[in-house]
Write a protein that binds this ligand. Structure first.
Ligand code: ATP
Ligand code: MG
Length: 428
């Protein structure tokens, strides 16, 4: 039996159960249901994340939970709801629908309307259109079997609209699901994000630079259930603020896929200079990456992260050879995950476009990695060589200073959090 749960803390509008037709969105659960005994926890997280997404919308909303399906509706209207819930990771299918009374007559009326609506959306009602009806009878007290229901509805739609039946590749698929509380009629099926509910695999700290790769990597980590905070290293005081603005805008886009999390900004410029003065030479870039890995690990541990995430892709640039990636791993005290290791650059850019991060990534900025970059970057850094450079610095102290200089931004709200300090850190 579906349970109804309020979506927003403040506002809660209920669908009138006996209203003629209630617009809503059906969300079909994804992989979450492969999870046997963990199912209840996964489902709880999925619904928490859904409620977070709905709270950002203007107007009251409602959520009803069924088996393997969740229904959502409310004041923001169908288009706004669909746009918002499509971003919630863990739902495979998103179907705008109407809930109507469970009589053949009523379902038939609304099927005709739904077909006309889909026709209008597709071609402004012009030309010919084909359709198929798929029916599912979850309420076994309904008098017709699923196939008899589909046939009866199909016949009526055909007769009243002149649309053609095509069961193999219809232009429009009408779906009728008969439930105890009513019947759901939908005219389109949109792909959801799929994946595991954010938070179900723990937490991570994603290293966010300004490029295409790292936001896509963070998204992929989220899709495997990791709730991601972000860290961005800037070349400050030797670079301007452009890269911070970009990281902020990227984190904001990414936060649309998860309950909003924090972006930490760490000025790295002075430490980069220290590495250069220590004679890093052609190891400069890898030495910087190791310092980022060390600092991000320390930050991540304080934040309760289980792993780091980067946008490295094997062989994409000189710093991303197996030897160099291994040298960076060696400096990280948290597991370093690289979701894009086997991806082509074009695949990454295509996904960045789909996610909406590409428009930000393409903007120019002064990347801290190009600051002090040697003309030639080694492709086979050895840990012994890097340690020789690092021994000339007080590494622990340096990491401590970098952490003390880290500042948090909340990309959902656009302002620094006054007085926010790292756990265990006091701010002046
Ligand atoms: P991206 O497109 O993400 O910038 P890239 O192709 O430019 O990646 P690199 O610059 O070699 O590759 O960086 C590899 C990874 O290291 C990035 O994907 C990111 O996770 C991390 N990284 C690099 N620079 C920074 C930075 N300034 N701040 C935080 N993370 C960084
Ligand atoms: Mg980069």
């Amino acid at each position: 039996m579906p349970r109804r749960a309020p979506a927003g803390a403040a506002a809660h509008a209920s669908p009138a159960p006996d209203a003629d037709a209630v617009e809503c969105v059906l969300l079909k659960h994804g992989e979450v249901f492969l999870r046997g005994r963990n199912r209840a926890r996964f489902e709880e997280l999925l619904h928490d994340n859904l409620r977070h997404a709905l709270r950002r919308l203007p107007g009251a909303t409602w959520v009803e939970k069924g088996r393997s399906v969740t229904m959502v509706g409310g004041e923001p209207g169908l288009d706004t709801l669909v746009e918002s819930v499509r971003r919630v990771i863990g739902f495979n299918l998103v179907q705008p629908a109407v809930r109507v009374g469970s009589t053949l007559e009523t379902i038939g009326d609304h099927a005709v309307r739904a077909l006309r609506r889909a026709w209008q959306e597709r071609s402004g009602g012009r030309g010919r259109i084909s359709f198929a009806v798929r029916a599912k009878r979850r309420d076994k007290s309904f008098p017709l079997t699923s196939s008899a229901l589909a046939a009866a509805i199909g016949e009526r739609v055909c007769r009243q609209t002149g649309a053609r039946v095509d069961l193999s590749s219809p232009d429009v698929q009408l779906t009728v699901e008969v439930d105890r509380k009513g019947s759901y009629l939908s005219w389109t099926r949109l792909r959801g994000q799929g994946g595991l509910p954010v938070g179900s695999s723990g937490r991570a700290l994603a290293l966010l630079s300004g490029g295409y790769d790292s936001p896509v990597a963070a998204y992929r980590a989220m899709r495997r259930g990791l709730a991601c905070d972000y860290v961005h290293f800037t070349g400050a005081p030797y670079t301007d603020a452009a890269s911070v603005y970009k990281a902020y805008a990227l984190a904001r886009e990414l936060n649309r896929f998860q309950p909003g999390r924090t972006l930490w900004v760490v000025p790295l410029g002075k430490a980069q200079k220290q590495l250069a003065v220590a004679g890093a030479g052609r190891f400069q870039v890898v030495a910087q990456r190791r310092l980022m890995a060390r600092t991000a690990s320390a930050l991540g541990q304080r934040l309760g992260a289980d792993a780091l995430v980067t946008g490295d892709s094997l062989g994409q640039v000189a710093s991303q050879t197996v030897a160099n990636l291994a040298a960076v791993d060696e400096a990280a005290s948290l597991p370093l995950l690289r979701p894009l290791l086997g991806w082509e650059k074009q695949e990454i850019i295509d996904e960045a476009r789909t996610l909406g991060t590409a428009d930000v990534s393409v903007l120019p900025d002064e990347d801290c990695c190009s600051l002090l970059a040697p003309r030639q970057v080694t492709t086979s850094a050895r840990v012994t060589d890097l340690r020789r450079v690092e021994r000339r610095l007080e590494l622990d102290e340096l990491v401590g200073e970098l952490l003390a200089g880290a500042w948090p931004l909340e990309p959902g709200t656009g302002c620094a959090v006054p007085g926010t300090a790292l756990p265990g850190q006091t701010r002046a």
